[in-house]
Unconditional design. Sequence first.
Length: 131
Amino acid sequence: MRLLIVEDERRLARSLAKGLRAQGFAVDVVHDGREGLHRAREGDYDLIVLDIMLPGMNGYHVCGALRAAGSDVPILMLTAKDGEYDEAEGLDTGADDYLTKPFSYVVLVARVRALLRRRGAGASPPQQRPH
């Protein structure tokens, strides 16, 4: 399973990528909305983890552009914007799920797996629990 993380907080992006790779996922990371949109269009990803507040192009626009182009890749918005209108806008632009920072890594992984199951992306990597 290939995941794309679009997150401008480099430390968080590295941590997420490391954890998800340990779960058996192949992970690419970009730190800018325009680059994220480009990679999402060019790559063959099973899921995208997308921040909203990004340099270059915000996550709402990235998500909207992907949906307008006919992409059905699951998108999990991961953001510090925790208002109900922010969440509604994220879902209305085409996101499949919305998780606010700070978040539980265990919950993030569970949501990734749930989105992949819903898409029918095949068997998930084996479930690993932190030690």
